[in-house]
Ligand binder design. Structure first.
Ligand code: PEP
Length: 249
């Protein structure tokens, strides 16, 4: 964490929680965090976005979708566009999560979605990260370089205040196997260095994601180039997530 960058802690609920469950969560969560030092976002499924936004009214927590399509409308069954996300009151979108890349989202699709999200005024949480095979083959940095260049090639410096990058090693997502603080620091520093080809690297927030818990969050967030976290499993429980948020304070 750097004093120059306000940390962001974002909870990715993946395919968990109905609208009613999201409302109950928010009622428990907002009193627990009070006025946090970190910026906080929640990323519910599409079907719970509007309920979550309403439940968070008057709180500092903002809402993002878990993906967004690059087209405004059309024959894209199951997809949701940036104007549709905005119409729920959400302000941002995760783009390029590894679970979506594994389901077929290419670098080119990720770039198109980043572009569309920015065009419509959304904040983008862009995900990147290597597989275990790539890490073991010494390809982590070259892989991250490719992902960052592909996605940030469409971003201008004027828009970068609406861009956050999340480094999420695939082998650490949902596995309970967290990157060490040193591994997280090295990868986030590399992401920042590559991002410098396109944007001002100093104000850019680079998050770590991958089995962040109340037990390991503080040490991960204390790394110089780690500006908070994208949190999956531990964000599903309001008390656990509030503890993670406090660790970024
Ligand atoms: C994620 O979904 O982005 C994630 C990091 O999940 P988890 O915290 O469960 O590893």
């Amino acid at each position: 964490m750097s004093a120059a960058r306000r940390p962001l802690v974002a909870g990715n609920w993946k395919m968990f929680k109905t609208g009613a469950e999201a409302v109950a969560y928010c009622e428990a969560f907002t009193p627990l965090i009070g006025t946090p030092a970190a910026e906080v976002a929640l990323c519910p499924p599409f079907t719970a976005l509007a309920d979550t936004v309403r439940a968070l009214e008057g709180s500092p927590v903002w809402v993002a979708s878990q993906t967004v399509h690059d087209q405004v409308q059309g024959a894209h069954t199951g997809e949701v566009s940036a104007p549709m996300v905005l119409a729920t009151g959400a302000r941002g979108a995760i783009v390029g999560h590894s679970e979506r890349r594994a389901a077929g989202e290419s670098d080119a699709m990720v770039a198109a979605r980043v572009r569309a999200a920015l065009d419509h005024g959304l904040v983008v949480i862009l995900c990147c990260g290597e597989s275990l095979e790539q890490r073991e083959a010494g390809q982590t940095e070259s892989w991250l370089t490719g992902q960052i260049r592909a996605a940030l090639g469409v971003v201008t410096r004027e828009e970068q205040d609406r861009l956050v990058v999340a480094y999420e090693p695939i082998w650490a997502i949902g596995t309970g196997r967290t990157a060490s603080p040193g591994q997280a620091q090295d990868a986030c520093a590399h992401v920042r260095a590559v991002a410098a080809e396109f944007v001002d690297p100093e104000p850019l927030r680079v998050l770590y994601g991958g089995s962040v818990t109340p037990d390991n969050a503080a040490e991960l967030f204390a790394q110089a180039d780690v500006d908070g976290g994208l949190v999956g499993g531990a964000s599903l429980d309001p008390a656990k997530f509030a503890t993670v948020v406090a660790a970024a304070g």
